[in-house]
Design a protein around this ligand. Sequence first.
Ligand SMILES: Nc1ncnc2c1ncn2[C@@H]1O[C@H](COP(=O)(O)OP(=O)(O)O)[C@@H](O)[C@H]1O
Ligand SMILES: [Mg+2]
Length: 309
Amino acid sequence: MTSVIHASDLTKIFGKSTAVDHVSFEVQGGEIFGFLGPNGAGKTTTTRMLTGVIPPDTGTATILGHDIRSEPVLAKQGFGVVPETSNAYMDLTAWQNLMLMGELYGLPRSRAEQRSSDLLGMVGLLERKDQKVQAYSKGMKQRLILAMALIHEPELLFLDEPTSGLDVQSTQMILALLRDLNRQGTTIFLTTHNMEEANRLCHRVGIIRAGKIVAIDAPEKLKTAIDRVHKIEVSFDREISGDALSGLNSVTSANRTGDKWQITTQDKDATIRSLVTFSQQNSAAIVTLNTLAPSLDDAFLRLTQEAQP
Ligand SMILES: Nc1ncnc2c1ncn2[C@@H]1O[C@H](COP(=O)(O)OP(=O)(O)O)[C@@H](O)[C@H]1O
Ligand SMILES: [Mg+2]
């Protein structure tokens, strides 16, 4: 396997804040690499540096063997980008947008036409090709932008939160297309703030928080770390001491919110069993019991803690 993206110590500072802080990672040919992080973590800034939109303050990156500073044009011939904000012209048709993209990459007209037909068919927009993009739904626009990014058959595709804010149908379609492209050999770098998406789609995931990478691993390993932070919300028909709850099987913390207790546990099943035993032994009936999926914040906190020596 060859390294398709090699980022080394990338740093970007805006005014007084460091948006991207010495970020290093590698993406191998054939991978789907997910760049996962909450809003403001530095995903877009990193993507923009890698794709030559803004220069890094320090650090270097090579894309497909080309340095992004000294050989940006060569690098750009080999990759396509689906940026965070749409790069399609709203007052042009889908077809015109694709032709324009073809020109930008120096494709012969006939080749651009052939590719555009194929791609529009692939993203389900062939019948709407002569409609202006402003009439498109958000999902249709995003599918067009994906087609535009693929016009020159890039071996590497960058996508910045490609499914953010999309309806379920467009989301599923885009994810399925990315899987197909990857099976045909395209390397994919994608940013997301959606843990499930990263888990389902990516071979490896890098987690970025406040400009720093806190973990890079296979999604299963990250998922295991994340799965260990579950919350249970429980209420009883009488007063219970927090200390008693904290002492139950696998519980890491018990906090009161209104008439309910929020319990963090490393093993949901074990804690629910011991809650039932506890309620029987103390003649305190359970009034409500809910399990809550770990929030992104819980997961990041957990991973950040685990990343510390
Ligand atoms: N052009 C800019 N000027 C000033 N600050 C910026 C600019 N772009 C991004 N930032 C800041 O850098 C940080 C990272 O932003 P961004 O890379 O967009 O994060 P993400 O894509 O993960 O949501 C944020 O605090 C954001 O406000
Ligand atoms: Mg962003």
